[in-house]
Design a protein around this ligand. Structure first.
Ligand code: 3PG
Length: 305
């Protein structure tokens, strides 16, 4: 039985060592394809794999077509918009994610990027503090909850809206519930996005909703670039010189955003989950889920039901 780890953006070595240990302990063979730049290398590597572990790597129908033995693919991470679930289902391949495993890493980056932003990108000029500011979380899942925990340590007032949770469920999580998405933008100084990229959320954050933010509003995106209506956000930021956008998912229109000097920052490569700890957590969880699936038929984290 062969388990292929195919990661264009590799895990830390210590995480790969941990994955290898789990795979070999269970009597399987580990194959590693890292930093590949040609999709043909992935097609070749996946040809005899029984199981596949990926990060944001695109598992398209073409990849599935080349993977004749594949039974399970695990996205080591939260968002699985990179997996063609229909193609997996059509072949009877189980697709899973590893929810929660890298969420603290993303949450810490949110706070780091926020400090960087309110201190004027460390240019030495007088900035502002996070204490007492209202932070709005759009979606209150694993990452949102970790952001809330850390933000409270900064003395921030934390609010959340999540279309899949009741106000009580949100309040039970220790933050203030807000009635709807627009109200979150209206009421908060900073809004942090934690929604997945789905047909409903794609391009859903743009001119109108961000335009509801109060003066000096900051939008933080560690989710997916696809949820932003880039043209709409650019139009707004050109009209309102007080709005700032900081992102861990570089927009397609990066060059246009860069013209908004002092109000925009994007990491060159998505790095929210790029810590040794998150790599170990998500990578080893993926390997264990594969072993548990093969040995016990456990499909707990299946996302293509
Ligand atoms: C996730 O969905 O888990 C994060 O966006 C992390 O993605 P990455 O594994 O590509 O860093």
């Amino acid at each position: 039985m062969k388990v292929l780890v195919a990661t264009e953006k590799p895990f830390a070595k210590v995480a790969v060592d941990g994955i290898r240990e789990v795979v070999e302990k269970n009597g399987y063979e580990l194959a590693l394809l890292e930093k590949y730049t040609d999709v043909n290398d992935l097609y070749k590597a996946v040809a005899d794999a029984d199981a596949l572990i990926v990060r944001s790597d695109k598992v398209t129908k073409e990849v599935i077509d080349h993977a004749k033995n594949l039974k399970i693919v695990v996205r080591a991470g939260a968002g699985y918009d990179n997996l063609d679930l229909e193609a997996c289902t059509a072949r009877g391949i189980v697709a899973m994610n590893t929810p929660g495993q890298n969420s603290n890493a993303v949450a810490e980056l949110v706070m780091g990027m926020l400090v960087y932003c309110v201190r004027n990108f460390y240019n030495g000029k007088s900035g502002s503090e996070l204490m007492g500011k209202k932070l709005g979380l759009l979606a209150f899942g694993n990452v949102g909850r970790n952001v809330a925990r850390i933000a409270k340590g900064f003395g921030m007032e934390v609010y959340a809206f999540d279309q899949f949770l009741t106000a009580k469920q949100i309040e039970d999580g220790g933050v203030h519930a807000v009635d709807n998405r627009d109200a979150l933008f209206e009421q908060c100084d900073i809004v942090s996005l934690h929604i997945p990229a789905t047909p409903e959320t794609k391009q859903s954050i743009g001119y109108d909703v961000v335009g509801k933010m109060r003066k000096g509003g900051i939008l933080v995106n560690t989710a997916r670039k696809e949820v932003i209506d880039e043209a709409g956000l650019l139009k707004l930021m050109n009209e309102r010189a007080d709005i700032k956008y900081i992102s861990d998912v570089m927009p397609d229109a990066d060059a246009e955003f860069k013209k908004l000097e002092g109000r925009y920052f994007a990491t060159p490569k998505k790095m929210g989950a790029q810590t040794e700890e998150a790599n170990i957590n998500a990578g080893i969880a993926a390997a264990n889920q594969i072993a548990d699936f093969f040995k016990n038929g456990n499909k707990k984290f299946q996302v293509n039901k």
